[in-house]
Design a protein around this ligand. Structure first.
Ligand code: ASP
Ligand code: MG
Length: 421
């Protein structure tokens, strides 16, 4: 008998019909002789709608109350799913994050899991029930308050439960057939990947691929959880995300995918004195402001001026705070001006095989040049090349790069649901 954790995203439980469809899938898994633990997200775009609503009553919602509000979304879907399964004649029981033993730190809106004590889930499983857990939420022991794990956090809930329960597999059900070489919403000829390493998946997730959230992949990698990403709308095989260091075989394609991200802005600190300690000073200020810095580029300094420009990208939502922090230290750092640009897009090409293949960057730059797309920043890791372009050229950039690396398939990738919101 296997223990299977299944996670269903918002678009898979968007309405009553979808909940019934998912319930049938869960019952089939149970009937096949498995123990089943299900993690659900809020229905459809519920979380976004609740956020909009909060914004309508106050400009800066209190984080504690915002978490109370948002966690209600997952409670609705868990209860509906459990009663659907019950109605089909099978034992099912729903649990909130705190009932499930998801213990987190106290950071509202971005809590980290510190411990998982799924005692009640074990008991329910032992009694033969199908267990349904509200994703995205936890509980802090010190404040005794309810927390949320950050957007897309249900993936992390599922992986954490799979690790704590020592599940055989963690299935992540979504509205596409698996992980593709690009977002099927942008590139209709994207190709499904059958197996991918956690290492490559981490890079894709960090680069903006939304099919799996980065913290879930990190957690899976650390705890050796095998993920199976698949569609709740079809019976297609999906994608296995595998810990390559467990000795499992992964096909080493040169390129595994192209991801893009429109959520970042670019800040340029103009005229920084080119002397030791200035970069340290700037990024210490940004660190104190809790800015998540992504790409950093520093130019050579003008020979006559002794000054240089430093550019970096960060989430748009953190732009105002970062600028304010830098501005308040302008005199002590000694820079000349700040520029802020939130009309950028980031494209990343990821592949473990690029380690041993020369010419990957040349081919990428040529494809963008042929499409007359200007590159504004470049950064690389061992298995990734990222470039920043204008936001309005990013989808075109993804398509031409996807084609240039021979990633297009003959068929059309299906998007079964969801608004991509
Ligand atoms: N409902 C939450 C969100 O939309 C969590 C999740 O879907 O994973 O971000
Ligand atoms: Mg959601």
């Amino acid at each position: 008998m296997s223990l299977i954790v299944q996670k269903y995203g918002g678009s898979s439980v968007a309405d009553a019909e979808s909940i019934k469809r998912v319930a049938k899938r869960i019952v089939d898994t149970r009937r096949a002789g498995n123990d089943v633990v299900v993690v659900v997200s809020a229905m459809g775009d519920t979380t976004d709608e609740l956020l909009d609503l909060a914004g309508q009553v106050t400009p800066m919602p209190e984080p504690r109350e915002l978490d109370m509000l948002l966690t209600a979304g997952e409670r609705i879907s868990m209860a509906l799913l459990a009663m659907t399964i019950k109605g089909m004649g099978h034992d099912a029981r729903s649990f909130t994050g705190s009932q499930a033993g998801m213990i987190t730190d106290a950071r509202h809106g971005a809590a980290r899991i510190v411990d998982v004590t799924p005692v009640r889930l074990r008991e329910a499983l032992d009694e033969g029930a199908i267990v349904i857990v509200a994703g995205f939420q936890g509980f802090n022991r010190d404040t005794k308050d309810i927390t949320t794990l950050g957007r897309g956090g249900s993936d992390t809930s599922a992986v954490a439960l799979a690790a704590a329960l020592d599940a055989d597999i963690c299935e992540i059900y979504t509205d596409v057939d698996g992980i593709f070489t690009a977002d099927p919403r942008v590139v209709s000829t994207a190709t499904k990947i059958n197996r991918i390493s956690t290492e490559e998946m981490l890079e894709l997730a960090a680069a903006g691929s939304k099919v799996l959230y980065i913290r879930a992949v990190e957690y899976a990698r650390r705890h050796g959880v095998t993920l199976h990403v698949r569609s709740s709308f079809s019976n297609a095989e999906g994608t296995l995300v595998i810990n390559a260091r467990d000795g499992e075989k992964v096909e080493e394609a040169i390129i595994s995918g192209v991801a893009s991200d429109l959520s970042e802005a670019k800040v340029t600190v103009v005229g920084v004195p080119d002397i030791p300690g200035k970069a340290a000073q700037i990024f210490t200020i940004l660190g104190k402001a809790n800015a998540n810095i992504d790409m950093i580029v520093q130019n050579v300094s003008g020979a006559d001026t002794g000054r240089t420009d430093i550019s970096f990208t960060l989430p748009k939502a953190q732009g105002a705070i970062a600028l304010q922090a830098l501005r308040s230290e302008q005199e002590s750092v000694g820079f000349e001006a700040l520029q802020y640009d939130d009309q950028i897009g980031k494209l990343a090409l990821v592949g473990a095989g690029m380690r041993t293949n020369a010419g990957v960057s040349a081919r990428l730059f040529q494809a963008l040049s042929d499409a007359r797309i200007n590159i504004e920043m470049i950064s690389t890791s061992e298995i990734r090349i990222s470039v920043v372009t204008r936001a309005d050229t990013i989808n075109e950039a993804v398509r031409v790069v996807h084609t240039a690396f021979g990633l297009d398939s003959d068929g059309e990738a299906v998007v079964y649901g969801g608004t991509g919101r």
